[in-house]
Design a protein around this ligand. Structure first.
Ligand code: RIB
Length: 321
């Protein structure tokens, strides 16, 4: 059962709007963007112009994507984010509600809704430039004001299209026993207190290399996982695209998680679907490899359709093992 969606509020979180008995499987604190997508045969080199497909506008943003992905799978989900008072903001709110996610924590105003300019090539790979807009105005005080929402959530998941100080405030506000999941995308320097709270830290190869620097210049993902664990996270998941993922904890050897073979059409938002599914299943009591195996199937399903949120499967549509 989902909590009933509430109307968005003008620039203020209304703690009373959350049900007293509300309990969310997953609270996503993060970005919401309008994705402006153009298909291209190949990306332009510097100084070059190429022609592409008609422009498509989709609801996106790593936070909003995670929230929709989890809600479509059946998780009781809420989103804490900021959008502009504009058409893109309304597109994003509509998409959350259609998926069954609670928008009580979505703040409106302060700047235009974030925008992502996305090109997708024939192999389904994408390149993305984000203008953060309202996402950059999701402030630490917004997190403090949403204490009741955090307190009502089993797992809290964040990414880095909102300010790092805001993510740090999430960690500081997190009630005892609430699990914290971070996908540091796009990567940025992270305070030690944030790294120590991650359970897990979810990274792709690019993000792992950024965090580890020279330590990732050689070696296998198993070595990266051990190096990442030495920075403090309670657990680590490295996503490896079509190769699946790798899970690691301080007490167990790294475990490789396969991905089902699928025909990729558009990989946009596949990592967000993976992280959402992982975070939800961990909150439901799955161990890390079991949750990652399910998440890999959700991520694989999502690349078989165009767009980010539009591509996310329901529980019945998740790719088989
Ligand atoms: O991870 C995919 C997302 O990254 C897109 O939806 C885009 O908005 C950017 O945030």
């Amino acid at each position: 059962m989902h909590a009933a969606p509430h109307d968005a509020h003008d620039d203020a979180f209304d703690a009373h709007a959350a049900h007293d008995d509300a309990s969310y499987d997953l609270l996503v604190v993060g970005s919401a963007n309008a994705d402006l997508v153009i298909g291209v045969e190949r990306r332009p080199a510097p100084g070059e112009t190429v022609l592409g497909s008609d422009l498509a506008t989709h609801p996106g943003g790593k936070g909003a994507n995670q929230s929709v992905a989890a809600a479509r799978l059946g998780a009781r989900t809420a989103l804490l984010a900021r959008v502009g008072d504009d058409a893109h903001g309304r597109l994003l709110l509509d998409s959350q509600r259609a998926a069954g996610a609670d928008t009580v924590g979505v703040l409106v105003g302060g700047a235009p809704t974030g925008v992502a300019l996305i090109t997708v090539d024939p192999s389904g790979d994408n390149s993305i430039v984000v203008s953060p807009g309202a996402n950059a105005r999701l402030a630490p005080e917004d997190i403090r004001a949403a204490g009741s929402l955090l307190a009502a959530s089993r797992v809290v998941s964040t990414q880095l299209e909102i300010p790092v100080e805001t993510v740090t405030e999430v960690v500081r506000t997190l009630p005892q026993g609430t699990r914290f999941v971070l996908n540091p995308s796009p990567p940025a320097p992270l305070p030690a207190e944030v790294l120590r709270a991650c359970d897990p830290l979810v990274v792709n190869e690019h993000e792992a290399r950024y965090i580890l620097g020279a330590d990732a210049s050689s070696g296998a993902p198993e070595d990266w996982a051990r190096a990442l664990l030495s920075l403090g996270p309670r657990s680590v998941v490295i996503t490896l695209g079509a190769e699946g993922a790798l899970t690691a904890t301080p007490l167990n050897s790294p475990v490789r998680i396969p991905s089902p073979r699928v025909e990729a059409v558009d990989t946009t938002g596949a990592g967000d679907a993976f992280t959402a599914a992982l975070a939800w299943r961990l909150g439901q009591g799955d161990d890390l490899p079991t949750a990652a195996e399910f998440a890999a199937r959700v991520g694989a399903s999502s690349v078989t359709r165009q767009g980010a949120q539009a591509s996310y499967p329901t529980a019945k549509e998740v790719a088989p093992r």
